[in-house]
Design a binder for this molecule. Structure first.
Ligand code: ZN
Length: 341
């Protein structure tokens, strides 16, 4: 144990001229992705497999360990530690996943213990949104600032806050659950217990649902709505269908999208007022809308945020794309090494 600890110190102190390598492990509901990276986030080897949550946690962990070993072997470098960004809820003290909603039957999963025993290296864990925030901060769109908020707008809305260069964890590691900021005290009920959470309006899932509701309310059919005609049925209308409608100036699409951006603007102003960030990085599938989202969103946010706070914040797209999970986990591992010194 003594020898192991001192070797970590030696390499860490020599960080400026010796490359340290970390394996990043992204544990999600649909995929398990891993990658070995150097200090600057350059990936030497990587791999991914389906999570197959229905097969149970034991099988998933066994397959994950095998994938990690293969990837470390392919990288052909000594790997000092592992960082994990995982679907939650987590107990960070014990390194366990606690019965994730989307993975029925998983119960309590001893993730850190299993990985560290099998791989023989220290394993550091954080939730997936915090890991993604750290990944963008260190390797992506957050480089160069010390105060940054990361938001992912995909099937749900998640967030992570970097304050003074560190992930803000809160008292129990759950800070910055920004998808559950309410923008309407009497609004749509949310699974978290609150009403009017932004996730219920502006996640990819919620945007699609609101579009279908608007079509139903308008009595639209394939003959009267290009959205239904394009998707094949009202049930098949999703956020991509809506964006296509916006680009073609379909009035119903424009109305739903404008309202979405308005709600997101109100939400973003609250994020700015809470954290006073220098940069907000937006990732996730919905942000693939590009300027269609970013241009009006900056405008709507500016209308509501305190000018002195708005003037110093950039609202920018994420840069790591689908590597954000693995590179975020790499960053969690790097921070774990630093903090263990
Ligand atoms: Zn909620």
């Amino acid at each position: 144990m003594q020898g192991k600890t001192s070797s970590v110190i030696d390499v860490s102190m020599a960080n400026n001229f010796v490359k340290t390598h970390v394996i990043g492990i992204d544990v999600g509901g649909t995929k398990l992705a891993v990658g070995v990276a150097d200090n600057s986030g350059h990936l030497l080897a990587s791999g991914r497999i389906p999570t197959d949550p229905a097969g149970g946690s034991k099988s998933a962990l066994e397959r994950l360990v095998k994938l990690c070993k293969q990837t470390i072997s392919e990288s052909a470098v000594p790997v000092l530690a592992a960082g994990v960004g995982s679907v939650g809820p987590l107990d960070q003290k014990t390194g366990r996943i606690l019965s994730p909603v989307n993975m029925p039957g998983w119960g309590v999963v001893p993730l850190v213990e299993t990985l560290s025993d099998s791989l023989g290296i220290p394993v550091y864990l954080d939730n997936d949104a915090n890991a993604a925030a750290l990944g963008e901060y260190r390797f992506g769109a957050g480089r160069g600032v010390e105060d940054m908020v990361y938001l992912t707008i995909s099937t749900g809305i998640g967030g992570g806050a970097i304050l003074d260069g560190k992930v803000y964890q809160g008292a129990s590691g759950n800070a910055a659950e920004l998808g559950h900021v309410s923008i309407d005290y009497n609004g749509r009920p949310c699974g978290c217990g609150n009403m009017g959470c932004i996730e219920q309006y502006a996640s990819g899932t919620a945007i699609a649902r609101r579009t279908r509701e608007a079509l139903t309310a308008a009595g639209a059919t394939a003959k009267t709505s290009p959205l239904i005609a394009s998707a094949g049925s009202i049930e098949a209308v999703n956020t991509l269908t809506l964006l296509e409608g916006v680009r073609n100036d379909d009035p119903l699409s424009v109305k739903v999208w404008d309202e979405t951006v308005l709600l997101l603007g109100a939400f973003m102003a609250s994020v700015i007022h809470t954290f006073n960030p220098r940069r907000i990085v937006l990732g996730g599938g919905v942000t693939n809308a590009g300027d269609l989202l970013f241009v009006p969103l900056r405008e709507q946010t500016r209308r509501r945020a305190i000018p002195q706070m708005m003037d110093i914040v950039d609202i920018v797209p994420a840069q790591l794309g689908d590597q954000v999970g693995v590179l975020g986990a790499v960053a969690v591992g790097q921070d774990g090494i630093q903090q263990s010194v």
